[in-house]
Design a protein around this ligand. Structure first.
Ligand code: NIG
Ligand code: FE
Length: 406
């Protein structure tokens, strides 16, 4: 069914902007007093409201009252929101100055979330995930990537991925599942890194393919997780099986981004430790550089070099990394706004990083801009000047959120 939504004081369709590199606010196209014509969940036209009004019966108009700036819905291309329990204890220890090792020794870290998630049944996990997805959706995040990675054995990873599928059917947000069974070698696995990855490859990935639980594979390349050699073998095998690839790269030490470019990963995420060499490599590739300010805020660390990446010509997306350990806040807009002040990103670069550039990180070509044929995922902020949105550093939330995909 057709309908016309509007008028919006201003629409920023985010069309005509480069996929890679720096962007200026002057490049942003702005439609004054605009409307969006939608049919069966897809955008038919984005144009002057009065012009569109003439083409449609008044009964099919969804009138918008008051001043609003309309943007595409945000796409959070990196989250871990399928988990049970809390890691408040880790956080308290961290802000009291304890090291990663001391926290792990006290029973904290990823393994703590694995233990709590394994102990949770599928329905409870689904409900917890659903609550987080709904909170994100209310804040304008209409597409949410969700990783497994707190199961770390076949049954528990499948439980997480099934919970993501179940939650997906219950929310109007679009959930994109990713298998992160390669988050760390589980403490109860008797064997080496390569033996664990081989177990995941033989025991888990075929079931995920067969049951259509995910078409994306992620790995954490880091001293505490997997080395580049084993990661390369695993990723190439997963790629041959048909999975898209994404990598937790260069968070504390470099190496991961090089692997990401080598295997043609859709994205390399984190990059806090990336230096000139890694920046150049990413900028010259088709791999999206995903920066995660929420992890920097949660860990009290510096941000990834987003400005340098953009100036070098990289495609930079911004995601929340929402997880119980390093990024518990889960407010994507607040994180992007705060980082943009420190890194000196333009509004155009932030909006691009939260929309069409994030869509590219997920290999999704049907969203992220407001244009004909795109999914009608949209959000409207209560203001007249789009610059108000970042100015409020995340406290201004959208008043209207539209999804027509489910
Ligand atoms: O993206 N870096 C690895 N994994 C997560 C942290 C997960 C956790 O601490 O539970 C991240 O920051
Ligand atoms: Fe992460």
């Amino acid at each position: 069914m057709k309908k016309l939504i509007g008028p919006f004081t201003r629409i920023l369709p985010l069309t005509g902007l480069d996929l890679k590199g720096a962007l200026k606010d002057d490049d942003l196209r702005v439609i004054l007093h605009g409307g969006v014509l939608v049919e069966d969940g897809l955008i038919v036209a984005v144009d002057d409201f009065e012009k569109l009004r003439k083409k449609i019966s008044p009964a099919l108009i969804e009138e918008v009252e008051g001043d609003h700036v309309l943007l595409p819905g945000f796409i959070d291309c990196h989250t871990h929101i399928c988990f049970a329990g809390s890691r408040a204890k880790d956080y308290a220890m961290r802000i009291a100055g304890k090291s990663y090792l001391e926290i792990a020794k006290a029973g904290g870290g990823i393994w703590d979330s694995v233990t709590q998630t394994r102990a949770s049944d599928e329905d409870v996990l689904t409900e917890l995930l659903l609550q987080r997805a709904e909170r994100h959706l209310a804040e304008g995040v209409t597409t949410i990537e969700v990783k497994s990675g707190y199961g770390l054995d076949t049954q528990s990873e499948l439980k997480q991925l099934r919970a993501i599928k179940a939650a997906s059917a219950k929310t109007k947000a679009d959930l994109v599942p990713t298998c992160l069974a390669a988050h760390m070698v589980p403490k109860d696995f008797e064997g080496s890194q390569s033996e664990y990855l081989s177990y995941v490859f033989h025991d888990l990935l075929p079931v995920i393919r067969h049951d259509e639980l995910s078409n994306r594979v992620d790995i954490f390349i880091e001293q505490s997780a997997f080395d580049t050699k084993n990661a390369l073998i695993y990723l190439n095998r997963a790629k041959l099986m048909g999975f898209d690839l994404t990598i937790h790269a260069d968070q504390f030490t470099t190496g991961g981004s090089r692997v990401a470019v080598k295997v043609g990963a859709a994205s390399a995420d984190h990059l806090e430790a990336s230096k000139a060499k890694e920046i150049k490599l990413l900028a010259g590739s088709n791999t999206v550089a995903v920066v995660l300010p929420g992890a920097s805020l949660g860990l009290g660390m510096h941000y990834a070099p987003a400005r340098k990446l953009l100036d070098a010509g990289a495609c930079v997306a911004i995601a929340s990394d929402w997880n119980p350990g390093s990024a518990p806040m889960g407010d994507l807009m607040m994180q992007a706004a705060v980082m943009s002040a420190a890194e000196k990103l333009t509004t155009a670069e932030v909006f691009a990083g939260l929309t069409f550039r994030a869509a590219k990180a997920l290999n999704l070509t049907d969203r992220g801009i407001l244009a004909q044929g795109m999914q009608a995922q949209m959000q409207a902020y209560p203001c007249t000047d789009y610059r108000e949105i970042l100015y409020h550093q995340g406290k201004m939330k959208p008043q209207l959120v539209y999804t027509f995909s489910s």
